[in-house]
Design a protein around this ligand. Structure first.
Ligand SMILES: NC(=O)c1ccc[n+]([C@@H]2O[C@H](COP(=O)([O-])OP(=O)(O)OC[C@H]3O[C@@H](n4cnc5c(N)ncnc54)[C@H](OP(=O)(O)O)[C@@H]3O)[C@@H](O)[C@H]2O)c1
Length: 264
């Protein structure tokens, strides 16, 4: 995006692993200075080094996003580093929560923890950074939801509720910030081939006595994905780069589903 000659500034939560890390690195390659936020410092340090080696600046913010006061303090640190500027916010930190138990068989604390990570943390980030963008008259926000925020799924109630809630936050923020030139969108991936998911598929292969390729095929069939493949991280990153680039300037409040058609 146009930033009068200076390097644009992005902040990415969940930047220590998986898709968030890939998004941070891609924004660095695209010419952004990037703040990386998550709990694992060492993993973020490696990504920050790559961004710096490419000529960009990088800041590491080590914080558990479920701790509202600590997250707020980290955002203070971010605004001090960025001299009160921010062009792009990507809320990618996410947690699946209890994975199989039905409602009634997991605790309220577990429900709260999922909501605090997937919904309250993006709200806290927006509370601090949306006013900054609105005052500047420009900015792009991308909230990473999931296709379980577009549909229900047995055994995913807290996750689905949190991602569904994030859609409401996205649309409302888009309505509030639109007149000030700020876009707010929601990207809904289906299964992504991140290291965590690949480990799940390897476990599935062992449990069912299948090759890894057969296990992935079975998983894709179970998920009913018409394009018969999970997303790669690049598929999600490409959508985010589109939304924060020129092509995204007139897109706001939308849910962009990148799931091979699984929610059709
Ligand atoms: N992978 C998928 O198949 C898939 C599908 C649909 C949607 N998504 C969504 O896409 C986003 C990225 O998922 P992913 O699978 O690529 O990531 P991942 O590999 O599971 O990594 C999750 C990231 O979120 C951070 N995070 C989690 N809890 C946190 C906390 N309490 N405080 C601070 N950071 C926290 C982790 O950092 P630390 O552990 O260092 O704190 C890590 O950087 C998430 O919002 C996820 O819900 C993923």
């Amino acid at each position: 995006m146009a930033t009068s000659g200076r390097r644009p500034i992005a902040i990415v939560t969940g930047a220590s692993a998986g898709t968030g890390r890939e998004i941070a690195l891609s924004l660095g390659t695209a010419g952004y200075d990037v703040a990386l936020l998550a709990r694992r410092t060492a993993e973020m340090e490696a990504a920050a080094e790559t961004i710096r080696a490419d000529g960009g600046d990088a800041l590491i913010l080590t914080v558990d996003v479920r701790d509202a006061a600590a997250l707020d303090a980290a955002l203070d640190g971010f605004l001090a580093w960025s001299r009160g500027r921010v062009d792009v916010v990507v809320n990618a930190a996410g947690y699946t929560g209890p994975l199989s138990p039905p409602i009634g068989e997991f605790s309220i604390d577990e429900f709260d923890s999922t909501l605090a990570t997937n919904l309250r943390a993006p709200f806290i980030v927006l509370s601090r950074l949306l006013p900054v963008m609105r005052k500047a008259g420009a900015g792009r926000v991308v909230n990473i939801g999931g296709n379980h925020g577009m549909r229900g799924r047995a055994g995913r109630s807290s996750y689905s509720a949190s991602k569904w809630g994030l859609r409401g936050l996205t649309r409302s923020a888009a309505l509030e910030a639109g007149p000030d030139g700020v876009t707010v969108n929601y990207v809904a991936p289906g299964p992504i081939a991140v290291p965590r998911m690949k480990a799940n598929w390897r476990r599935l292969a062992e449990q069912r006595g299948l090759s890894e390729e057969e296990a992935l095929k079975a998983y894709v069939a179970d998920m009913g994905i018409p394009l018969e493949r999970p997303s790669e991280m690049e598929d999600i990153v490409a959508m985010i780069l589109y939304l924060v680039g020129e092509g995204g300037r007139n897109i706001t409040g939308q849910e962009l589903v990148v799931d091979g058609g699984a929610t059709l």
